[in-house]
Design a protein around this ligand. Structure first.
Ligand code: NDP
Ligand code: PYC
Length: 335
């Protein structure tokens, strides 16, 4: 049965749960807000579904829930951060204001992050930059689950890319997407719900195409979206996420000594741009021209529209969650 819970109550429960699982006050708050925000927006692959993986990473000591990141100012337009084997969220929290300050001063600023576990959706990282008037790009690598185009072994993570742009009088334009045909989290949800995957999503352990989520998750692999094109984007996320930032490549992550651990400690690179330093005409006006043309051409739904609609509905009526999942969360928050 589906019940509704307020965003604040969901944050409260998640925070209590993380505090009982070796997280600092700040990390527990950030994880709780991120996860509750994903659930609120209907981003189910990165909402409360992720509790088990996060807790296993914390309980086995794979991730440090109390890590305090280190931020270095390496150039007028560049910050570098070491997540100290903690989550990525406190790194961004620490870097967000100085990054925007640099982008305001220089027109553009880059943050590269290493040794930080990124286990969340990407839009919560970048939407706040766009709400402050910046364009933001995010490039992230994760854990090996994707074969490169034409390959026979997993090399890439599902490596998401995110883009956010400010709009005048409207929610920012945001898209964030895996470079694989499907996010790993969605494959796990399909398995849980007994659904087959669309053709072209993955291969089994022998490299044969399969629509069976079990076969993909148990020894098989995901495929990049769009053949060689998605494969190149996955490669770019490895380069920008890991090589530039000094993090592990997805294929270097080995959590075999940490049973159940699921949070990849790769790298992340964020680029923040002040659009007012761009062309002479107004960025905001030009963006609306493009959006108008897209709508006129027949695409009624823009990326982000579904999430914003879910957000409005959830904030007005409560976030829909299964009664069983809520009971489990209440248990975890109190024991
Ligand atoms: P989807 O394919 O579901 O969506 C990708 C983007 O396309 C979203 O911005 C979505 O907007 C938009 N979109 C979807 N359908 C349409 C449509 N019909 N018309 C217009 N726009 C559309 O995302 P993925 O499965 O690739 O990824 C799911 C989540 O997993 C993402 O949040 C991603 O960041 C996260 N992820 C995180 C990883 C990590 O390492 N941390 C790894 C891989 C994925 P909307 O949201 O409004 O539907
Ligand atoms: O859903 O593919 C995924 C994912 C990987 C890391 C975090 N989410």
């Amino acid at each position: 049965m589906i019940v509704r819970i307020s965003y604040d109550e969901l944050v409260r429960l998640l925070k209590a749960m993380f505090l009982k699982h070796a997280c600092s006050e700040q990390v527990a708050t950030l994880l709780a807000e991120n996860m509750a925000g994903a659930e609120r927006d209907g981003a189910h692959s990165h909402g409360i579904f992720r509790i088990k993986g996060n807790l296993a990473s914390l309980e086995t000591g794979w991730v440090d829930g109390k890590a305090v990141p280190v931020l270095e100012d390496v150039a007028p337009g560049m910050l570098r951060a070491d997540g100290r084997n903690g989550f990525s969220l406190p790194v961004l929290e620490m870097a967000r204001a100085p990054l925007m300050q640099k982008a305001r001063a220089n027109g553009i600023a880059i943050l590269s992050v290493r040794k930080a576990h990124h286990f969340s959706a990407v839009w919560p990282d970048i939407e706040p930059f766009a709400r402050e008037g910046f364009i933001a790009l995010a490039m992230i690598n994760s854990m090996a689950s994707v074969v490169p185009y034409g390959g026979h072994r997993k090399v890439y993570g599902t490596n998401p890319f995110g883009f956010a742009a400010p709009r005048d009088g409207a929610d920012p334009l945001v898209f964030d997407q895996a470079s694989s045909a499907m996010a790993n989290g969605d494959v796990q949800i399909a398995r849980r719900e007994g659904r087959q995957l669309p053709p072209g999503t993955g291969v089994d352990r022998d490299g044969n195409p399969t629509t069976d989520p079990d076969a993909v998750l148990e020894g098989g692999a995901l495929l990049p979206f769009g053949g060689h094109k998605g494969s190149s984007l996955a490669m770019m996320m490895e380069i920008m996420g890991a090589a530039l930032a000094g993090g592990d490549y997805s294929f270097e992550i080995d959590w075999s000594d940490y049973p159940g651990a699921a949070t990849p400690h790769g790298g992340q690179t964020y680029i923040v741009i002040d659009p007012n330093r761009g062309a002479v005409n107004s960025f905001a006006d030009r963006l609306e021209v493009l959006i108008g043309e897209i709508h006129d051409a027949g695409q009624s739904r823009l990326p982000g529209d579904r999430r914003y609609a879910n957000r409005r509905e959830s904030l007005a009526r409560g976030i829909p969650v299964s009664e069983a999942a809520l009971a489990e969360l209440r248990h975890l928050a109190s024991t």
